[in-house]
Design a protein around this ligand. Structure first.
Ligand code: ATP
Length: 309
């Protein structure tokens, strides 16, 4: 398979802080690749190095076959970057913003106007192309910024938290657009805090923690690797739950609303132990759940599952 991005031994220090500490990964052409990590993990620093904004201390970056350090211009032309901070010009219309970006890329000719309009149609903004961006909602502005990155037909698209701060409706539209772009063969590098977003959209996910890659795999394989994070979710009428220490097959527990989630590598034995213990009390619900990506993320990044009992 051909690669879109290949990162080898990337390092970046800020003073004594090892923001990125020797990371390696490859993104295949046509993938949606999620980059997930807690605050301060090194996501932005990595993305800034890959997009040529920040110089690495050490390591190599290859974009669609071009070494970024040796062939900067060629490599940069392969990518489109959608930054987190809104940087559309408020006083310009959506169409003007996209055409302005086309100029920045050195694109010209009559078809740019048509292409920009076509792009805005694809982004669901055709009815508002003549309105100034300052009159747009946050979700619409975010789509304009995406359009600005797409005018150059990039092979690889970098999205930094594309749905941060958006409501459910705008998030759904943005997800549909990302999916649609990927269906049309764009490779997408997606930085996100949103685990559900990563689970839903990404073919593979890299989890980064303290400047290092903690895991890279498909969401399904990540969940499979952490079978000990299966849960038995119990709801008791009296709401008085036994502690995990009282059981052999339960490692920890976490409150989820009026239910308790018991973590186990062996749900069959865990259920039997639980039933024995709560013999005479009324069970309102009992479910066995597969590990979810959030559990995997917490496990890999050293966070503790809360036991609020
Ligand atoms: P967040 O999710 O909060 O945006 P992140 O995973 O993107 O976090 P980075 O912004 O890459 O994390 O930061 C990684 C580490 O490097 C942090 O400890 C941060 O304080 C530090 N850092 C980042 N940029 C700089 C800088 N320009 N100068 C000094 N330290 C920096």
């Amino acid at each position: 398979m051909e690669h879109a991005i290949k990162i080898n031994n990337l390092h970046k220090k800020f003073g004594n802080i090892k923001a990125v500490n020797g990371i390696n990964f490859t993104v295949q052409k046509g993938e949606i690749f999620g980059f997930l990590g807690p605050n301060g993990a090194g996501k932005t620093t990595t993305a800034r190095m890959i997009t040529g904004v920040l110089k690495p201390d050490l390591g190599e970056i290859d974009l669609a076959g071009y070494n970024l350090q040796e062939n900067f211009v060629e490599a940069r032309l392969e990518i489109g970057v959608v930054p987190e901070a809104a940087n559309a010009y408020q006083e310009l219309t959506a169409l003007e913003n996209i055409k302005f970006m086309a100029k920045m890329y050195g694109l010209s000719g009559e078809n740019i106007n048509e292409k920009a309009k076509e792009l805005l149609k694809r982004l669901g903004l055709e009815k508002r192309i003549k309105d100034k961006v300052k009159e747009y909602s946050k979700g619409m502005t975010q789509r304009v910024i995406l359009g600005m990155a797409l005018i150059n037909d990039p092979e690889i698209l970098f999205l930094d938290e594309p749905t941060r701060g958006l409501d459910v409706q705008s998030t759904r539209i943005m997800h549909e657009i990302i999916q649609d772009l990927n269906d049309k063969d764009s490779t997408i590098f997606l930085t996100t805090h949103n685990i559900q977003e990563a689970n839903q959209l990404c073919h593979r996910i890299a989890i980064i923690n303290k400047g290092r890659i903690a895991a890279i795999d498909t969401p399904e394989n990540l969940k499979d690797t952490f079978k000990e994070l299966q849960t038995v979710e119990l709801c008791l009428e009296d709401g008085d739950y036994p502690l995990p220490e009282e059981f052999k097959y339960i490692s920890q527990a976490a409150r989820a609303g009026n239910k308790m989630r018991y973590y186990t590598g062996n749900p069959d034995r865990a259920v039997k132990e639980l039933i024995n213990k709560i013999e005479n009390r009324k069970i309102v619900g009992l479910n066995i759940l597969e590990p979810n990506l959030e559990d995997v993320f917490v496990e890999l990044t050293g966070g503790k599952l809360k036991n609020e009992n």
